[in-house]
Write a protein that binds this ligand. Sequence first.
Ligand code: FMN
Length: 477
Amino acid sequence: MASSYMPRLYQLRGVSSALKRVHLPCTHRATPCLNKRFASTEPEPIATITKKNKKSPLRKFIFRSSIAFVLFGGYLYFTDTRASAHRYIAVPIIRWLFPDAEDAHHAGVAALRELYKFGLHFRERSSPDLGGKLATQVFGYTLSNPIGISGGLDKHAEIPDPLFALGAAVVEVGGTTPLPQDGNPKPRVFRIVSQSGMINRYGLNSKGADHMAKVLKQRVREFAYANGYGYSDAGEERVLNGEAGVPPGSLNEGKLLAVQVAKNKVTPESDIAAVTRDYVYCVDRVAPYADIVVVNVSSPNTPGLRGLQAAGPLTEILKGVVGAAKRIDRKTKPFVMVKVSPDEDSEEQVDGICHAVRESGVDGVIVGNTTNRRPEPLPYRYPLSSKEEQTMTETGGYSGPQLFERTVALVSRYKQKLSDAGSQKTIFASGGITNGKQAQAVLDAGASVAMMYTAITFGGIGTVTRVKNELRQERSL
Ligand SMILES: Cc1cc2nc3c(=O)[nH]c(=O)nc-3n(C[C@H](O)[C@H](O)[C@H](O)COP(=O)(O)O)c2cc1C
């Protein structure tokens, strides 16, 4: 009975599991047989199976090479920003895995950070900027392209390099505040999927300017070490003073790093001297590692912050920041921009901001930020689901494609007003940009850089590459 049962068992469960489960006949054991019951068992079934399972070296080689080839091909595909799987597979999966948009944000940042550490990060494998077709001049630098990533996506400066690798020529990290602060209670970020839009009321959650300065300093040190300047104060100084031939903030040729600064929620907005001290504190810490310092007076989620855009207070704050940026101990000083709201758009308000920009010596304006308004759905009269109708009533700043028309109009107005007065100020556009045609439109309206945030969360890590491709097509029409 035992001998007729054994071969079937081997075939069914495989040799190794069978070895564990039944007493083996002695003929198949390396050690002498102690089991008298199997002493006379026939060897034939094992021999047959061993023969079957044994692969020739050539077959083994082909099998292993095929696996290696598939893995390597998969790696090349998934880390290439041109892969449409990011947009059509990864983004929906992330939304499904993380119903809370903030959790998805954290997971995305962690993934970008960790993959970069191991050199497995997403990147532009086609080097689309090499032809120079999208090259543009900003603050005396030749940027490889005019596309940027807006503030808030990398709040704690954890992933500037992975974001540069996605193809952006400008990456804005922050905003950071002098003291760490938690921001508003969760949930505080909401998706309106049918509109590819978002509402957020993060409330400038920040680990604080000292923390951000530490992270950025470490990044410069690692760069200095990797490029032969040593892991020391002297090495850091040499890189920051431009000896490495790259901008001191981005550490990437043809790219610029903007660092955004803001005030703490607890600092009373009525005390302009205290508010100015908040911004200056941040500038003193982080500006040595920035190509551009961005002053955030336009987040809708810090009570009273937007009130600081009135001409008087804004002039004082910006003067303080410009002074602090000029005092930075570095050969080239960081440029200063102010990020303004799309909602403070009356003639008087825009005039007031332009006045403050000219008076203070600020170098440029980022137009704009999220809106407190709730724009009409797109396409016109699109019926939102009742759940999305409900989401639209959440408090916070709205972002997404519906902002675009307002952004173009506002960029034109700022351009005109700032040029009228004879001051050449640089403008970056932020708000609702999702494709190359729109990027070209804001550039035509007077912006030097078209920045994106929400489009990346809905379009995935290939968004910058796609928009640049579309931009190139626009230009060759
Ligand atoms: C979740 C989220 C967080 C943001 N955080 C910041 C921030 O910390 N500082 C800031 O100036 N803007 C912040 N923004 C605004 C964006 O930088 C951008 O100006 C705005 O979303 C409009 O552009 P978009 O339509 O391309 O998203 C945030 C936007 C979103 C959606």
